[in-house]
Design a protein around this ligand. Structure first.
Ligand SMILES: [Zn+2]
Length: 321
């Protein structure tokens, strides 16, 4: 009798675990999202398994004519948004036979194999195989068998772009923001993950690593952009690997004497489209601290800054080496 009762109690728990285990609503335990919560000190735990590189070649396993538009859209959003960070995704051609040549993207619409990564961060380097395709990342473009709401024309682009930004975040080592100890996510489908890790980073409701919107589990209505928190966390993890490079202003902005500087005498205004060479010095909240390396900018901003260093909000720039 006793044994039977415990089995009855376990059954719903098993069902819950099966439901919650995958990255985005699938039904299998073989999921990227079953990884343990991250070590306490890896960039204050919003990362797990930071790579020892900052450039990531990716390729498509299938060359179907009907997905060209969505493949181009994924490439566009990834280049645009991760261009605000020190990491670089490149390639986006067809995969070769060499499994180690690039991170392989498998496009598959399946109720069980939801969009996911083979593993998080550098652990992803061991790919998985499904239907003869050896993949590192799974994306879905048609949503007929999984997350059907995304097949509606008004949601499809949101789903595709948000999920791509999310899975590429896992590839870099990011964990789920809705598991943050201060998470306000109260959707029952995510309940087991709430409070999953503690971090010095504030809870970021707008993160691409957060499935929640206003407390509910969704990605159909999520943003197509990296949040300020996503960008600064990625700088914190990969900025040192970036070192020196170039920045181009994509939104009118200023070089600031401190992250909080609002007075005109402490802000050096830059024109949209202008670019300059810099060295990365560190991440402070949502700003990064840089050393200016180009004489004209140093001269133009000298009276407003301190020792040719400046704070900038990286979401307003595109970066390259
Ligand atoms: Zn995920």
């Amino acid at each position: 009798m006793k044994r039977r009762r415990s089995l009855v109690m376990l059954a719903p728990l098993a069902a819950i675990l099966l439901l919650y285990s995958s990255c985005g609503g699938g039904m299998t335990l073989q999921s990227a999202d079953t990884f343990p919560f991250p070590a306490a000190n890896e960039e204050q735990a919003v990362f797990r398994g930071i790579h020892r590189k900052r450039r990531f070649k990716v390729c498509w396993l299938q060359d179907h004519a009907e997905t060209v538009g969505q493949r181009n859209r994924v490439k566009e959003i990834i280049l645009q948004e991760y261009g605000k960070t020190p990491v670089e995704f490149y390639g986006f051609g067809n995969c070769t036979d060499d499994v180690n040549e690039a991170y392989r993207i498998y496009v598959y619409d399946d109720a069980e194999l939801s969009p996911r990564v083979a593993d998080v961060g550098h652990q992803i380097d061991k790919p998985k195989t499904t239907n003869g395709f050896t993949w590192h990342v799974v994306l879905n473009f048609s949503y007929k068998n999984w997350s059907k709401i995304c097949s509606k024309p008004k949601y499809q682009d949101n789903c595709t772009t948000f999920i791509a930004l999310h899975e590429f975040g896992h590839l870099l080592g990011r964990v789920h923001e809705h598991a943050h100890h201060d998470s306000t996510c109260r959707d029952y489908r995510l309940r087991e993950r709430i409070g999953g890790f503690r971090t010095n980073f504030p809870y970021d409701a707008s993160s691409v690593m957060n499935y929640c919107l206003n407390g509910e589990y969704t990605f159909a209505r999520k943003t197509r952009r990296l949040s300020a928190g996503d960008i600064s966390a990625t700088w914190k993890a990969y900025g040192a690997a970036f070192g020196n490079g170039y920045a181009r202003v994509t939104h009118g902005t200023a070089l600031k004497r401190s992250p909080e500087a609002n007075k005109p005498e402490h802000r050096c205004k830059l024109n949209e489209g202008s670019s300059f060479r810099f060295s990365y010095l560190g991440t402070y909240g949502n700003h990064i601290k840089i050393q200016l390396l180009d004489a004209p900018v140093r001269k133009a901003c000298a009276s407003k800054l301190r020792r040719n260093t400046a704070f900038i909000f990286p979401g307003h720039f595109a970066f390259w080496k």
